[in-house]
Design a protein around this ligand. Structure first.
Ligand code: B16
Ligand code: MG
Length: 222
């Protein structure tokens, strides 16, 4: 069967925005007496903004101390700082192998779909000059977060693709679980042990190793 669509996560697959998220969360957390480090930041990858805030508050033992309104304000402050850091992004920050893969997909008229948990995805793609390369950017607003399959199912639906003939690419364990729950072939980027434990069908240590021929062969698609 023919490949019908490739669905891409953003942070950790197209580029690295995790450090900006880390810096912005750290600056938000310190004044309220919560310390986070890079190891803790790993647990926020692929997780929505509000769920990340909940995890940070729980990490500091302060999950009961804030009203919803106060949490919204903390998240808004973090996002303001994060968005200011995003101005540093340029096309040079696109991960290796990604532009080539997008070219190959375009040549074969296979739609590329963005399935990121980030509400800032349109701005990030625009800074990377990749916005024209995606058929659809799925808006994660109001959707259950990964590992729920919703964002991947919506992405497939947006291009009229059957999930069984789609490939999803993810760097986070929650993301790989979401792809599998959507019934797609899951490509992991990063640490093999962790991502295979979440159900990844194939793992590449870096996007530089991605190529369409290898993906089609592994997914048994044309
Ligand atoms: P925002 P992805 C995720 O991106 C990040 O990995 C995660 O750290 C972040 O909290 C989430 O986006 C939401 O981002 O605050 O910009 O809406 O990996 O799903 O592309
Ligand atoms: Mg990611």
């Amino acid at each position: 069967m023919k490949l019908q669509a490739v669905l891409f996560d953003l942070d950790g697959v197209i580029t690295d925005t995790a450090e900006f998220h880390y810096l912005a969360w750290k600056q938000m957390a310190e004044p309220i007496g919560i310390e986070i480090d890079h190891a803790f930041n790993e647990r926020l990858k692929g997780i929505s903004r509000m769920e990340s805030l909940e995890r940070i508050l729980a990490h500091g033992g302060k999950e009961q101390q804030y009203t919803m309104e106060q949490k919204q304000r903390l998240a808004a402050d973090k996002n303001k700082h994060y968005v200011s850091l995003l101005t540093q992004l340029t096309p040079e920050h696109v991960y290796p192998g990604i532009p080539e893969l997008l070219d190959q997909l375009a040549e074969l008229q296979i739609p590329a779909v963005l399935t990121s948990a980030s509400k800032n995805a349109p701005q990030i793609l625009s800074a990377l000059r990749l916005d024209e390369r995606f058929h659809t950017i799925v808006d994660p607003d109001g959707m259950p977060g990964k590992p729920a399959p919703d964002i991947f199912l919506k992405g497939a639906g947006a291009v009229g693709a059957d999930p069984a003939y789609c490939i999803g690419v993810e760097d986070a364990q929650a993301g790989v679980e979401a792809i599998k729950a959507a019934g797609m072939f899951a490509v992991g980027i990063g640490e093999k042990g962790l991502l295979c434990a979440s159900g990844a069908d194939i793992v590449f240590e870096s996007t530089a190793k991605l190529n369409l021929t290898a993906l089609l062969k592994a997914a048994k698609l044309d």
